[in-house]
Design a protein around this ligand. Sequence first.
Ligand code: DGL
Length: 258
Amino acid sequence: MQNNNPIGIFDSGIGGTSIWQEIHHLLPGESTIYLADSKNAPYGQKSKEEIIALSEKNTEYLLNMNSKLIVVACNTATTNAIKELREKYDVPFIGIEPAIKPAALNSTTQTIGVLATRGTLSSDLFNKAVAVHHQTKIIEQVGHGLVQLIENGDIDSPEMNELLQTYLTPMIEANIDYLVLGCSHYPYLIPQIKKILPAHIKIIDSGEAVARQTRNILQEKVGFSNAKVVKNVFYTNAAPKVLNDILNNSYEVLFKDF
Ligand code: DGL
């Protein structure tokens, strides 16, 4: 099966580029269109209805550009809206959820930490996953303020360090041996997080799993591209500088008021 249309990817902002990197790494022959809805970030504090409406807007934008598959590169949008998206649109969706399962299965202290947005931690989808792993103690922490700092380009700042210290210290004291990054913005914080966590605590996120699942769905249902020219285009509806910076100025970044 062959399909040369692009893979569409959206997030509330620049964070989902961490997922895009994994997809691009695994599927370098695929063209991609990435939407950073930074004008509306953060999604994590919004109501379920607002998150669904924004996710529909992004999906329609990507479908208008002939996306053959849509990756919801945002835990908050996945856990609040993917069911509604799948019901409404006739295109395969891949979502991202906090990687509780591998953390719970591999934890030897039976205690894991999850750092995510309020929207993700309060969603039914997340709480169902927590209920399945009731034998594991799961310390949940909302990452208030982290997405805004990343969107402002303040990843390596004293404010960031202070927030991370506040959120991670209780988890360290509770003896976690896994930290689950439940927001696609947070992989960009791994260097700072590593400075705070003792070395034995493992950090996991879902980026690789999403890329593998994307490959599986292309193989089973949609088709891979065999186009000679691969295009990776990034759209943002806010100032493009931070998106350009996070991509090392290596890709085409366009401003569009979607
Ligand atoms: N990248 C989004 C996520 O994975 C960030 C959410 C937000 O905008 O608050 O949840």
